[in-house]
Ligand binder design. Structure first.
Ligand code: R5P
Length: 284
């Protein structure tokens, strides 16, 4: 098995795929000069930040490799475009399906990724023809929470049913997100729809809480969850997520101001604006 690593995925091994950019920003890719004919290959790459550019670089890699071997596995810790996983409004592109189809057509046998948004939990799945091994960083996140709370007890809470599998090994609870309907269409399910409120029956009064989610993007979900848990009398709250996208300015600070700790994995190569955020390393 041969490991091919881009510099974006250097945490998984020594980079041996060259990626450069021409002055006009177009991408250039060169695979190692050794013959890869018929070999089993694993490609390690990251697709965030600048997902469009990273995806195109990946397509250059895969389509060059495809000429030499049919056995390509791909490890991408964070799969972007996964949240538009259905057509909410007629005519919308379902980017999750399109990306999976393109990776399959570019020769990927098996995609290994973490806490993929459109999958119900860890395991093996098929999406638009692409085999996906979805791993979860839940164990690593939970281990960090245990270290944080030392011997004190704590309750694990996921902010919605979609990420409730994070609570399964910890006998925790899932909250329920109620989205505000769009004034124009009454649409409630779009990924960018506002969260109106969060509901739950969990008894959190006087308890330490660890909120775990797959992704923090704008941070709206986490902030609402913190607010809800505080209103219900929670004691100390810490927040963990697999993918720290932090798409809104200063969102890390807002979360830290309202909680006792924030931790994410290194699935995304982005230096958080605050050094107080703990980054957990995912192992290959
Ligand atoms: C939702 O289904 C996910 O599990 C996350 O809670 C959500 O995508 C986070 O997005 P944001 O940070 O923008 O609220």
């Amino acid at each position: 098995m041969i490991r091919l690593v881009t510099h974006y995925a250097a945490s998984y091994g020594k980079p041996n795929i060259i990626i450069r950019h021409f002055p006009d920003t177009e991408s250039y890719v060169r695979l190692p000069a050794t013959s890869l004919r018929g070999k089993n290959i694993v490609v390690y790459h990251r697709l965030y930040p600048e997902p469009d550019k990273r995806i195109f670089e990946l397509l250059l890699i895969l389509n060059t490799l495809k000429k030499q071997t049919k056995a390509i596995d791909l490890l991408i810790p964070y799969l972007p475009y996964a949240r538009q996983d259905r057509e909410n409004k007629s005519g919308e592109a379902v980017s999750a399906d399109i990306l999976c189809g393109v990776l399959k057509d570019s020769g990927v046998n098996n995609l290994i990724t973490y806490d993929c948004h459109f999958l119900p939990g860890p395991g093996k799945f098929k999406r638009n023809g692409l085999m996906i091994e979805n791993r979860s960083a839940g164990k690593e996140l939970l281990a960090h929470a245990r270290k944080f709370f030392k011997k004190s007890e704590f309750l694990v809470i996921s902010p919605d049913e979609g990420s409730s599998y994070f609570t399964e090994n910890a006998q925790g609870h899932a909250l329920k997100k109620v989205r505000r309907a769009s004034k124009a269409t009454g649409e409630k399910t779009g990924i960018h729809a506002d969260i109106h409120k969060i509901e739950s029956k969990a008894d959190v009064k006087g308890k330490n809480i660890c909120i775990l989610d797959d992704i923090i993007s704008t941070g709206g979900t986490i902030l609402r969850a913190i607010e809800h848990l505080k209103e219900k009398g929670a004691k100390k709250i810490i927040v963990g997520a697999t993918h720290g996208v932090f798409a809104k300015e200063n969102i890390e600070k807002h979360i830290l101001d309202r909680s006792s700790g924030l931790f994410v994995t290194d699935s995304i190569l982005k230096n958080p604006s605050i050094s107080k955020i703990k980054i957990l390393k995912l192992k290959a």
